[in-house]
Design a protein around this ligand. Structure first.
Ligand code: CTP
Length: 417
């Protein structure tokens, strides 16, 4: 999960720690937030101070840490009011079972719950990252308290599942610092696709020749994964159909792994009609071997190469989706399913993109140079539609993906749901 250096630039985050062994991860969380450009004000309960010292958190955040509501160093002794007035978000990580119970009751008898209660509820969202033993997490009392928090507008992040500090395995691990940081980044993105469903293809396909060899290409999948993440950040429900790539799934995105163009086609076609947008970023192999050898092709004693490899053309997934009735608008109307293609070229971007726009009958073609994008973390995009073209200058792929999502959101028919 990559967070861009400037993603939280200018944001002020109040980070609350309640008592739990996951406090050790809060130190790394402060680092991540600061590296992403945020200023961080740490507040700790007495229980949190049993696990990590305020000095550690002060050194990492560069600010004094608040540990008590009875601090007389502020002239008006009202730190519990002031601390959240300029905050963009209040994140409690870790949020213990006890602290969640306190929040649910609206308690204010120690510094952190007092702060949560006194925050300006309309402009300072409260997020909690639960961290506790799996039995505590599964207890009905915790479930009741969490339901109350959700009803009160609190955003619950996680928890994760896996091996716990106590040696047990199950639900209750605090989300990793990088994931929490990404959740905050997502929180501040405009929700342009709220209520929309977006289907994305990404990565290369792999067309087997025999059980150990195949045809593929140099697509890394980074752009497609960035597009899926940007759509999810914008509030959409996202399904990502991924060819063989070694990339982590963006949080909150439903991922389906495939290998061949045919498998990608078979995964995409039944799902497409249930979506508002189809974004085909995948570098689908144009051809596949006509037959797949059942056993590994062996070298011959004479050193001769294998006999000719016969290739057949793969089905065009994007063109097939664009043929669906949902993708074909009546005159003067916008389609229910907006189709967006990517064109990877080696020269003459605009001409090739325009030709593909027409040939595949899609609303938007996003052109890029294969050599400038494959495996890279940044890129330049050229957006081509029936009206004209617009360049998105060189930038990290996630930045470009967000710009593309903003462009796509403007093209959608008004939401009726
Ligand atoms: N595409 C697809 N299925 C294919 C081939 C391409 O869905 N079998 C999609 C890609 O995901 C991309 C767009 O079509 O969104 C353009 O892909 P590209 O490889 O640039 O174009 P091709 O039609 O394959 O043309 P060519 O390889 O000749 O440039």
């Amino acid at each position: 999960m990559t967070t861009l250096a400037a993603d939280l630039q200018g944001r002020h985050i109040v980070l609350g720690l309640s008592g739990g062994i996951a406090c050790y991860k809060a130190a790394q969380l402060v680092r991540e937030l600061v590296q992403a450009g945020a200023s961080v004000q740490v507040v700790m309960t007495d229980a949190a101070r049993q696990f990590i010292t305020p000095i550690t958190m002060q050194a990492l955040s560069g600010r004094r840490v608040w540990t008590s509501p009875w601090d007389s160093t502020e002239p008006d002794a009202m730190a519990h009011i002031h601390l959240t007035r300029d905050a963009d978000a209040l994140l409690v990580a870790p949020a213990s079972a006890d602290f969640i119970a306190r929040l649910a009751q609206g308690r204010a008898d120690e510094v952190l719950s007092l702060l949560c209660l006194a925050r300006p509820i309309e402009r300072c969202p409260l997020l909690v990252a639960p961290a506790m033993n799996r039995e505590m997490w599964a207890h009905p009392a915790t479930g009741r308290n969490l339901a109350q928090l959700v009803a009160d507008g609190v955003q619950v992040l996680g928890p994760d599942s896996g091996e716990q500090a106590c040696g047990e395995v199950g639900d209750g691990r605090m989300l990793e610092p990088a994931v929490l940081c990404a959740e905050l980044v997502a929180l501040f993105q405009p929700k342009r696709l709220l209520g929309r469903r977006v289907l994305v293809t990404a990565g290369p396909t792999f067309e087997p020749i025999d059980p150990v060899r195949g045809l593929t290409n140099r697509s890394s999948g980074k752009m497609g994964f960035a597009v899926a993440r940007a759509a999810q950040e914008a509030g959409a429900a996202v399904t990502l159909i991924a060819g063989p790539v070694a990339l982590p799934t963006p949080r909150g995105v439903h991922r389906i792994d495939v290998e061949t163009a045919q498998q990608m086609h078979d995964a995409v076609l039944p799902l497409a009609p249930q979506h508002d947008v189809f974004i085909a970023t995948a570098a689908v192999a144009d051809w596949r071997p006509a037959t797949v050898a059942p056993h590994k092709l062996k070298k011959t004693a004479e050193g001769a190469a294998p006999a000719v490899l016969t290739l057949v053309e793969n089905i065009d997934i994007l063109a097939a989706v664009a043929q669906l009735p949902q993708a074909r608008a009546a005159a003067g109307q916008r389609p229910g399913l907006l189709c967006v293609g990517f064109a990877a070229e080696s020269e003459d971007l605009l001409r090739h993109a325009r030709e593909k726009l027409v040939r595949k009958n899609v609303a938007l073609m996003v052109a890029n140079l294969g050599s400038a994008t494959f495996g890279q973390d940044d890129n330049t995009l050229l957006l081509v539609d029936a009206e004209g073209q617009r360049e998105l200058p060189r930038a990290p792929k996630l930045t470009l993906a967000r710009q593309l999502i903003a462009d796509i959101a403007r093209r959608l028919a008004p939401h009726t749901a």
